[in-house]
Design a protein around this ligand. Structure first.
Ligand code: NAD
Ligand code: MG
Length: 389
């Protein structure tokens, strides 16, 4: 058997996917790419296949997959192209895969992430919507499958890096955690003008270059709301143990406040290759490609309270966590619909939180005990959100 770690990158054409391949390219002696996947960008995925020669490439859409198959055949590339959404879960659980980077955006990533969890993989979780939707069920799949769950979201990676490897010590050690937030592009804009925000303005993040969905979420701070929920599951915390602080320089990626009031923080330049490299190499550390943090030339670190008037969506996370099980799935679904509607010009930026709140208030979740029940709830919430639009 090879000693290379065999990696499947789900969402390989996205921002996290591309950064993952960048880190892997630095360590051909450690990692091998065995599967790639993308939604619609056939040319981009074809180019990645020609570079990496993976065993599998997956496109959920059959027509796109057929195009990819033809392109690869013509180029003499032996990668096997699989289609259909089920194929994502198949490669994620494949016996020739050791590590799965879950970097699909949105609830569509839940089933493949659950499959990787159940199959006991090393699971690098960037896809926060999957854990927000999956909640307790997802964490149970990780435990029962014996998977190693490694957070890729920079804040959660920071918390994870500040904690000992032995999870059983976390509860006794943590007083609370502080998730830092940059405040996004509208931190200082007059809140009365937020109704005029365009998609391109919302996607112009000051410190990070990311996909469009998470960029909009960062501008509304729904991204932080999702991260509060993500932290609740990853670290087994009560909602009141999770706090949020605006830190515009994005140098401190998050903090753990211990029972003795000692505060542990993780710092670095804002570059997703750091948490990705840590996920790939844990418990070791490898070169990531990120530039060195030069504290002498770093602007002074500052902190602010998140202004509720400017970021009314942030508090929905605690509301959803305290409400009936499944409420976080409703919030996530509503937000996916709201962001899509905003990006296509059908919803004003300053109405995103209102749609999310209205959806949260009008759906009674019910059964959350299986992936089918959760996806059903997700679909119900989307229908409701579209009605409310
Ligand atoms: P992106 O939009 O750049 O890429 C998304 C990827 O998922 C693409 O490869 C796309 O083809 C694929 N995809 C989209 N819809 C799909 C579907 N229905 N089925 C299968 N594949 C689909 O997004 P991103 O910025 O790379 O973010 C990916 C995930 O990582 C998100 O959940 C995001 O919240 C999380 N994340 C991203 C960053 C970041 O810096 N970009 C940081 C933290 C967490
Ligand atoms: Mg984050």
């Amino acid at each position: 058997m090879s000693s290379l770690q065999r990696v499947c990158v789900l969402g390989s054409t996205g921002s996290i996917g591309v950064n993952t391949l960048d880190v892997i390219a630095r360590h051909p002696d450690r990692y091998e790419v065995v599967a790639l996947s993308a939604m619609s960008r056939v040319d981009a995925l074809a180019a990645q296949c020609l570079t990496w020669r993976p065993r599998f490439a997956v496109m959920p859409d059959r027509a796109a997959a057929a195009q990819l198959r033809a392109q690869l055949r013509e180029a003499g590339c032996a990668t096997e192209v699989l289609d259909g959404a089920e194929a994502l879960a198949e490669v994620a659980a494949h016996p020739e895969v050791d590590t799965v980077m879950a970097a699909i955006v949105g609830a569509a990533g839940l089933a493949p992430a659950m499959a990787a969890a159940r199959a006991g993989k090393r699971l690098l979780l960037a896809n926060k919507e999957a854990i927000v939707l999956g909640g307790a069920l997802f964490m149970r799949a990780v435990e029962e499958g014996g998977a190693t769950l490694l957070p890729i979201d920079s804040e959660h990676s920071a918390i994870f890096q500040c904690l000992p490897e032995d999870r059983s010590t976390w509860h006794a050690r943590i007083d609370h955690i502080v998730l830092t937030a940059s405040g996004g592009p509208f931190r200082t804009r007059d809140p009365a003008t937020l109704g005029d925000v365009t998609p391109d303005q919302a996607c112009a993040h000051p410190n990070w270059v990311m996909g469009r969905k998470i960029s909009v979420d960062s501008a509304t701070m729904m991204n932080k709301a999702l991260e509060v929920i993500e932290a609740r599951w990853l670290f087994g915390l009560a909602p009141e143990q999770i706090k949020v602080l605006i830190h515009p320089q994005s140098i401190i990626h998050s903090m753990v406040v211990c029972r003795d009031q000692s505060v542990l923080a993780q710092l670095g330049t804002p570059d997703m290759r750091v948490p990705i490299a840590y996920g790939l190499s844990f418990p070791e550390r490898v070169e990531s490609g990120a530039s060195r943090l030069d504290l002498l030339s770093t602007p002074a670190l500052s902190f602010e309270e998140a202004d509720e008037r400017r970021f009314p969506g942030l508090h929905l996370s605690w509301q959803a966590l305290r409400a009936a099980e499944g409420s976080t799935a409703v919030l996530n679904a509503a937000n996916e619909v709201a962001v899509e509607a905003f990006l296509s010009g059908r919803l004003r930026f300053d109405r995103i939180h209102a749609l999310n709140r209205a959806c949260l208030d009008s759906i009674v979740p019910g059964d959350c005990g299986s992936i089918e029940a959760l996806l059903d709830l997700d679909a119900r919430a989307r229908t409701k959100a579209r009605e409310l639009l």
